[in-house]
Design a protein around this ligand. Structure first.
Ligand SMILES: [Zn+2]
Length: 428
């Protein structure tokens, strides 16, 4: 342990899920320390104990900063970086007007590399150390993304978006090409370093049943991959799915019939669900990802966080860049709080923070590696300044406990709050 680093601050960790178990499942060590060595969390505890136990370690004193696992963004579209905050559309018009023209540009490897680099640097500035991103239909867009993540040492999930109908010809593949190009990308990237491949049909309306079946077969052949897609985002979309797949019992059944549900299936949005869909999502071990800034920005609806959590769903949190309106998981937590309030649910700050770290990691089946501060976990950490702006500082100054001190940063914080980022044990 030659190059051990001891980070001092207020250390936040989880011994359970505060969303269902309550805030006691989160623990803050006010004068805490985390020991990093060889890219892992080697120890954590009180600053006094760790200083005594590891006298050779290099000390990084972050003062009163909160030391947390880095944020995990469980659903995003890196190719939409340049069209974030585009005005005036709902989902289907959004795709046609903004998304598809932008995604057409990603056949150019240089463009893809430039955007992937810019996007991942933006994420790190905002304290996000892992993301699950859609790419475009172009394999070059996937290569660019994984290469940019590897250059930064980041654990990421990504996959080629597959579409063989209802999209511009330049963005469409076929059932066979989707299968074969995805298979080649799995061979090139899945499990290499910190890369996880996700088989990625965009959503039911832009795939034929044949394409979904081909991707279901591919997933069955590569079960350690994830599968990511969209589900139940807008009511018009659900009507469209019903027209395109008249034999399906509901939207989820389209995926279910193709073998695209189960452990490692990650469904973005999941707002408008039938009882049968909710039951199958839970029973199959599939994951749901809440994208609150996107859901309000394009007018999709209000995710039922408490109801879904109480029935035992596996839930993560995400920006959904660029349908989502922020790169920040702090802003995303604030939006999750606001959306829940509109449903009469008040999410505790511990639950919000868990959703943005350990919960999102769990949704991606990465909870044994990232998303929490525990011995043996990979050392992706952030230091968060809880008094980063005047507006936040004047509120947190009168806080009577840790959560009251943290909540103003959740509601009003942005990249200025991120005082330090460590990726795989290396400070950025
Ligand atoms: Zn999305």
């Amino acid at each position: 342990m030659g190059d051990a680093e001891l980070i001092l601050g207020q250390v936040l960790s989880f011994n359970g899920d505060p969303l269902t178990a309550g805030p006691a499942a989160a623990r803050v060590e006010p004068q805490g320390a985390v020991l990093l060595a060889d890219g892992r969390i080697a120890d954590h505890g009180t600053a006094a104990d760790l200083r005594a136990g590891w006298p050779q370690a290099r000390i990084t004193d972050m003062g009163d900063c909160l030391i947390s696992a880095g944020f995990v963004d469980a659903h995003a579209h890196y190719p939409q970086t340049g069209i974030i905050a585009s005005w005036g559309k709902r989902l289907i018009d959004w795709l046609d007007r903004y998304t598809f023209p932008e995604e057409m540009r990603f056949g150019d490897p240089e463009h893809a590399a430039a955007v992937a680099s810019r996007y991942l640097d933006l994420l790190l500035d905002h304290g996000t150390t892992t993301v699950a991103s859609y790419c475009t239909t172009h394999p070059a867009s996937v290569d660019a993304f994984f290469a940019a993540a590897r250059a930064r040492g980041m654990r990421v999930v990504a996959g080629k978006t597959c579409m063989d109908r209802n999209a511009p010809e330049g963005l469409c593949d076929t059932a066979t090409r989707a299968h074969d190009e995805s298979a080649a990308l799995i061979a090139r990237w899945h499990g290499q370093g910190r890369a996880t491949y996700a088989i990625t049909p965009r959503f039911a309306p832009t795939s034929t049943p044949e394409q979904l079946e081909a991707l279901g077969a591919l997933w069955a052949a590569h079960p350690t991959c994830l599968m990511q897609t969209h589900l139940g985002e807008q009511t018009e979309e659900i009507e469209w799915v019903r027209a395109l797949y008249p034999q399906a019992r509901d939207y989820l059944d389209v995926y279910e019939r193709a073998g695209l549900t189960g452990p490692g299936a990650v469904f973005g949005h999941a707002i408008h669900l039938t009882g049968r869909e909710r039951q199958h999502l839970r029973d199959s071990g599939s994951s749901l990802v809440h994208c609150p800034t996107s859901n309000t920005f394009i007018g999709s609806g209000l995710f039922d966080m408490t109801g879904l959590a109480d029935e035992g769903q596996r839930i993560g949190l995400a920006t959904d860049t660029g349908g989502g309106s922020s790169f920040s998981m702090l802003r995303t937590m604030a939006a999750a709080y606001e959306v829940a309030q509109l449903r009469g649910q008040a999410l505790h700050p511990a639950a919000l923070w868990w959703l943005a770290t350990a919960g999102a990691a769990r949704a991606l089946r990465l909870e044994d590696r990232i998303g929490n501060i525990a011995t043996g976990m990979e050392a992706d950490l952030i230091a968060v300044n809880l008094t980063a702006t005047q507006a936040i500082a004047q509120r947190s100054a009168r806080a009577e406990d840790m959560w009251e001190a943290l909540f103003p940063t959740i509601m009003m914080g942005d990249d200025r709050a991120i005082a330090g980022v460590w990726v795989n044990g290396v400070r950025r």
